[in-house]
Design a protein around this ligand. Sequence first.
Ligand SMILES: [Cu+2]
Length: 138
Amino acid sequence: MKLPLRIFAGLTVAVLALGLYSCNSGSSTPTAPPSGGGGTPVMSASVTATGSNTFSPSVVNLLAGGTVNFSNGSGLHNVNAQGAVSFRCAEGCDGQGGNGSPSVTSWSFTITFPSAGTTSYVCDEHAGVGMTGSIIVQ
Ligand SMILES: [Cu+2]
């Protein structure tokens, strides 16, 4: 009777040890950091209007005084912004000698965001299909 009990006890310990090992290896797997909208603010960023009618990236976290370069990667787009900073640009900007209407050319312009606040923007041509974005200045 003693021997079988010892074998059983030994097996139990082995199974428990395996179970603990599994738990340990599971919890040691690196966890991905949270993403999306909580990025570290930067002094300069680039946003591209894409051929799939999106702005990439659609959310930028910027430091006060920072700049964002908007450019047209492909398609008929503009950037119409309302908020802390308001502008409407494509081939240059309305009110600044340019034309902010949607354009298929490979336009590019840079906007400075001097102080904290959020600016939301759309592409006038594709606002209805969700071509929107925002600049969050901290
Ligand atoms: Cu567009």
